[in-house]
Design a binder for this molecule. Structure first.
Ligand code: ADP
Length: 443
């Protein structure tokens, strides 16, 4: 390249001095220099014209023959274009391979922009959701999957958990949606047919609900006879008295277990005992504490603090159940004389119901498992109170129904704090702006 420039400069200077020399000899310096400059300009224009012509045909043909700097320019551009064509081809091949492999996936893959409009999807997604190319390209996904659950999941960006709903394209099928945001909040959505799993899960729930329900009648009969025996216990031999007492304790425990299982089944199948309404939090806590005081004959110091003007939006029976489970747990797992502090606090993010005790505490490694069904940290511990291991599972489900979260902090031997965080939309307080409720099921 350097030599081409050197040659060109030498040629121009040689021409210039030659014109100057002959111009001085013939006394027509200016004319000769003018003609020389014009010639140079015409030559450059001609080469530029050839370059423009070649490049306009996207440089597919061979470059025009040329020497000097222009020859070098033609060669360099030609090389660059060849390289570009090669990498474009490679990228197209890679893209085709990715498309081929995602098309072969049995799970659906959908790409939607940040507003949720469909950009691309594979065959499986097309089959699962009944999408048609190119008609549905650019359509909002919420216009295609028109269920309130999906609308809530997608518009409120609840992508932490997957969502299982009935397929909009095939009756009786269930689809699981898993969404990830990428790049500029664009959506990458995986869709899976989970009909078989869903039916199995449904069978399990039905079995637990039916079995619990069926157990209720025989248990009531057994409890009735035990109560009769208890009435005449004086006439029974001492060993029998002890047996009757044990049987009564166990049947009470069984009754609790069945009630908890039935409640859990109802919560899991989204059957609401009562509709969501505004409830005064202070009144609710007062009722729970009055009931709790009877428990363990009030060996504990129970204090509570809740603003009388604060209200919470939800199902009364579910909230009662969740809050009282936490309070009863604090009593159960604190030795006599323990201090239990119940509070309700409102802030700009919502409301927090908190139960704090200075009881046994929990080993941190067990905390993630506490809300599992039947999980008990130490089956021997607190056996006098004989819990079911379902309490915190119920709390978790109730909070899920109320778009809320459970936070557990505990230190073994120093007590525990259970906090239920409710969103702003479910909390009312004179210091907070009025909440506009959206009828979610209608959306
Ligand atoms: P349970 O009926 O056994 O109380 P839960 O689901 O309510 O079942 O609680 C699960 C386990 O969590 C309990 O068995 C207990 O070991 C532990 N736990 C719950 N609350 C407390 C608490 N306040 N202090 C210490 N341990 C607790």
């Amino acid at each position: 390249m350097k030599s081409a420039w050197r040659g060109a400069i030498v040629r121009v200077l040689f021409g210039f001095f030659a014109c100057l020399f002959f111009g001085m000899l013939s006394e027509k310096t200016f004319l000769l220099l003018f003609l020389y400059t014009l010639g140079l300009l015409c030559y450059q224009l001609y080469e530029l014209y050839r370059f423009h012509n070649w490049i306009r045909r996207s440089g597919r043909s061979l470059p025009p023959d040329s020497t000097g700097i222009w020859g070098d320019v033609f060669d360099a551009v030609n090389r660059l274009q060849k390289k570009q064509r090669k990498s474009k081809k490679r990228m197209q091949q890679a893209l085709a391979r990715i498309e081929e492999s995602t098309s072969a996936l049995s799970d659906g893959v959908i790409m939607a922009d940040n507003t949720g409009r469909l950009e691309w999807w594979n065959h499986a997604a097309g089959d699962l959701l009944g999408l048609v190319k190119p008609v549905d390209r650019g359509q909002a996904l919420t216009n295609i999957v028109r269920t309130p659950e999906f609308f809530r999941y997608f518009s409120q960006k609840r992508f932490g958990d997957s969502l299982i709903i009935q397929s909009p394209a095939k009756e009786g099928s269930y689809l699981e949606f898993q969404t990830t945001l990428y790049s500029k909040n664009d959506h990458l959505i995986f869709v899976r047919d989970v009909t078989r799993l869903h039916l199995l899960e449904q069978m399990r729930k039905d079995f637990v609900a039916n079995a619990s329900h069926e157990l209720k009648t025989p248990l009531t009969v057994i409890k009735g006879y035990l109560e009769t025996l208890d009435m005449f216990k004086e006439s029974l031999p001492e060993r029998m008295q002890k047996g009757v007492h044990n049987m009564s304790t166990q049947s009470n425990r069984m009754e609790l277990l069945i009630e908890d299982l039935l409640l859990l089944s109802r919560l899991e199948s989204n059957q609401r005992a009562d509709s969501d309404q505004w409830h005064n939090v202070s009144d609710l806590i007062q009722v729970i504490c009055d009931a709790a005081k009877v428990f363990k004959n009030s060996e504990h110091y129970l204090t509570w603090d809740a603003d009388e003007e604060s209200a919470i939006y939800g199902s009364y029976s579910e909230l009662y159940s969740a809050f009282s489970n936490l309070v009863v747990n604090a009593l159960k797992y604190s030795p006599g004389g323990g201090e239990i502090d119940i509070s309700w606090q409102v802030n700009q993010d919502g409301g927090v119901f908190r139960v704090q005790d200075n009881g046994l505490g929990i080993d941190p490694r067990f905390i993630p498992r506490l809300t599992e069904r039947f999980f008990r940290v130490d089956k021997g511990r607190g056996s006098d109170t004989a819990g079911t291991g379902l309490g915190l599972s119920i709390v978790k489900h109730v909070l899920h129904h109320h778009d809320s979260k459970l936070e557990i902090n505990s230190q073994l031997g120093f007590g525990s704090t259970f906090s239920c965080h409710f969103p702003r939309s479910r909390v009312q307080h004179p210091t907070l702006p009025e909440v506009v409720l959206i009828d979610k099921d209608a959306s």
